[in-house]
Design a protein around this ligand. Structure first.
Ligand SMILES: *Cc1c(COP(=O)(O)O)cnc(C)c1O
Length: 389
């Protein structure tokens, strides 16, 4: 892009600095162990996925955990397992990854979009306004690793007889009032996609405390076929094949052991971004009280006056070599998937404002203070340019 020719040249990545590889000997050994055991599927007697489920539920503090092929599969399984009446509405935040809402469409249910609060999570006040007597479930998202206001959301859900499915795909290890995310609603859903706080490439996990719900979740992710192998080829409900492989399970177990360590790196990087970027006049939300965010990434807002220049700003940062993303560039109801279904007129003020001004910075172990300082220099340079132009 010619207009950006003045940009470039910032030394964001120091080639001499050692990039920490998030995979190591543990992951390699785990894969070798699977191959040597000669069993790639849990269904055929492998021990890794079952072990991963046990360790994960112990970590989150729930009675049950069921592994799945992805976070999307986890969300789909959870919603399907509830057997909601046809025509039910499901409340979702307007700022999230597509899966939170697309699984609602998959189940032929109706998503209703809720505005966000000061930490970019579902706003309980707006939830109260938007629900109807058809709203049977709500899916709060712990976005960017910061827990949603679960006490308020749970209270509204209880009063209105709605299920609560937590989308914890960005919040492995995050804590809300002493409890881990995934243990705050009826069901919790996690993703182990490559960019998440822990990963096995692709993968997911569903957590819950209720025995009957756990049973339905198991059936839904496994062909509707009961757990007991005597009943092979007996199907008692509509199900899918969302089974995690042993390779994923083995890697997931090693990643779970490193989760707290890797979260500390993200939290530290988050505090460094705060330290260096706040003096530049950029907006960064403070964490809520009694919450431990795991800084899945770092959302930053441009000042009001640069609202129309966000896309240019981010392009310029990329030209400078700054690792930057826009998660997410528009409210979900404005994407084609939803406008074609008649959505797009919601005009929720908070999410409209935030998606126009936001950019997101990375916090994972490939980022360190040097990169953050160099990013800050580049951001300052581009802000200077915006000021003059
Ligand atoms: C990543 C993510 C998902 C989907 O997880 P996949 O494993 O990629 O299918 C769902 N919701 C949120 C908020 C996510 O960040």
């Amino acid at each position: 892009m010619e207009k950006l020719a003045i940009f470039g040249g910032s030394k964001v990545f120091n080639k001499d600095c050692e990039m920490i590889n998030k995979f190591g000997k543990e992951e390699k050994d785990a894969l070798v162990r699977v191959v040597e055991n000669g069993c790639l599927s849990a269904f055929r007697g492998g021990k890794e996925v079952r072990g991963f489920e046990k360790e994960f539920r112990e970590y989150v503090g729930t009675n049950y955990a069921v592994a799945a092929t992805s976070g999307t599969a986890a969300l789909h399984t959870s919603l399907a397992s509830l057997n909601l009446p046809i025509g039910s509405e499901v409340a979702v935040p307007a700022l999230t990854f597509v899966s939170t809402a697309s699984v609602v469409l998959q189940e032929k249910l109706k998503p209703i979009f809720i505005d966000i609060d000061e930490n970019y999570c579902m706003d309980p006040e707006d939830l109260k306004r938007k629900i109807t007597n058809k709203t049977k479930a709500v899916i709060p998202v712990h976005l960017y690793g910061h827990p949603a206001k679960m006490n308020e959301i749970n209270a509204i859900a209880k009063e209105n007889e709605m299920y609560v499915i937590e989308d914890a795909c960005q919040s492995h290890g995050a804590v809300y009032m002493g409890k881990k995310t995934g243990n705050l609603g009826d069901i919790g859903c996690f993703s182990f996609f490559e960019t998440k706080n822990m990963t096995c490439g692709e993968g997911g996990m569903i957590t819950c405390n209720d025995e009957e719900l756990a049973k339905q979740i198991w059936l839904t992710k496994e062909h509707g076929s009961p757990r007991n192998s005597n009943t092979w080829y007996s199907y008692i409900r509509l199900g899918y094949n969302y089974n995690m492989t042993e390779m994923q399970g083995a890697i997931g177990r090693t990643q779970l052991k490193k989760l707290d360590f890797n979260n500390d790196i993200r939290i530290h990087n988050g505090s460094l971004y705060r330290k260096y970027l706040l003096p530049l006049g950029l907006e960064i939300a403070s964490d809520a009280k009694d919450v431990k965010s795991v800084y899945h990434n770092m959302p930053v807002l441009l000042p009001e006056e640069y609202k129309t220049k966000r896309d240019f700003f981010v392009q310029a940062l990329r030209a400078e070599g700054v690792p930057v993303d826009i998660a997410y560039p528009q409210p979900l109801y404005k994407t084609k998937l939803f406008t074609e279904l008649g959505y797009g007129y919601e005009n929720l003020p908070k999410v409209e404002d935030v998606t126009a001004r936001m950019f997101t910075l990375f916090t994972d172990s490939s980022i360190n203070e040097e990169i953050i300082i160099n990013s800050t220099t580049a951001i300052e340079k581009v802000l200077e340019y915006l000021k003059k132009s």
